[in-house]
Design a protein around this ligand. Structure first.
Ligand SMILES: [Zn+2]
Length: 187
C-alpha cells in the first residue's frame, strides 16, 4: 500500500508498506524534492495520479492514497494545468470531516491527516460506530514509552479546516491504559 507523508512546499515522502518473511510490516520510503518533479497529472480515468520526475522516473499513485490531497495543497503552482485546477477545486469542495481526528480532510473515504479509512469506522449501529471511533482515537493518541507525554496537537494540520463538532471520545487515562497494553516497549 502506498502512502504520502511529510508533505511540505519543498519535498514530500512517497512510501510503501509491505511485509517481510516473518509477516512484519516493512516500510520503504523515499523523499522527493519538488524541484525534481516534472509533472503531476491525473490519468484519463482519474483513478490515479502520475508523478513524472525530471530524471525520467515515474510513479502511479491511486487517488484514494492517503496524503494525496495534502500533496495538491503543497504542489508548486507551476506544475498545475487549468483543467487540473478545476478538478482539484472540486476535490476540496468534496472533503468531509474525519470522525477520528476532526479534520475536514476525507476524500475517497481516506483521511488525509490521520490516514484512517472511514470504512473501518462507519457502522449502521451508532453504538458500534462510537466504539470504532474510540478504538481509532486510542491508536492515534497512543504513546510508545511510559514517560512519553501525549501529543494532543499532532493531528492539527494547517492544510485543512477543523470540524467544530468533532469531539475526542477518549480521555487521558484511557489512552495511557491502552498504550500500556499495546504500544509501550516491553521491559
Ligand atoms: Zn483523520
Amino acid at each position: 500500500m502506498l502512502y504520502l507523508s511529510e508533505i511540505n512546499d519543498e519535498y514530500f515522502t512517497i512510501g510503501e508498506i509491505g511485509f517481510n518473511e516473518e509477516m512484519e510490516s516493512v516500510f520503504s520510503d523515499r523523499e522527493v524534492i519538488w524541484a525534481d518533479v516534472k509533472s503531476i497529472q491525473f490519468s484519463k480515468s482519474k483513478e490515479d495520479v502520475v508523478i513524472h520526475l525530471n530524471n525520467g522516473e515515474h510513479f502511479h499513485v491511486p487517488v484514494d492514497t492517503s496524503g494525496l490531497v495534502s500533496l495538491f495543497k503543497n504542489m508548486p503552482a507551476g506544475l498545475n494545468t487549468p483543467e487540473q485546477t478545476v478538478f482539484i477545486e472540486q476535490i476540496y469542495s468534496e472533503l468531509s470531516s474525519c470522525k477520528v481526528c476532526g479534520n475536514v480532510a476525507v476524500w475517497q473515504n481516506q483521511c488525509n491527516v490521520c490516514h484512517t479509512d472511514q470504512d473501518d469506522v462507519v457502522n449502521s449501529d451508532p453504538k458500534v460506530e462510537l466504539e470504532n471511533i474510540k478504538e481509532e482515537q486510542l491508536q492515534l493518541f497512543a504513546t510508545y514509552e511510559e514517560d512519553e507525554p501525549i501529543d494532543w496537537e499532532f493531528h492539527i494540520d494547517p492544510n485543512f479546516k477543523r470540524d467544530p463538532n468533532w469531539k475526542l471520545l477518549v480521555n487521558e487515562a484511557e489512552i495511557i491504559e491502552f498504550s500500556r497494553e499495546n504500544t509501550w516497549e516491553e521491559e
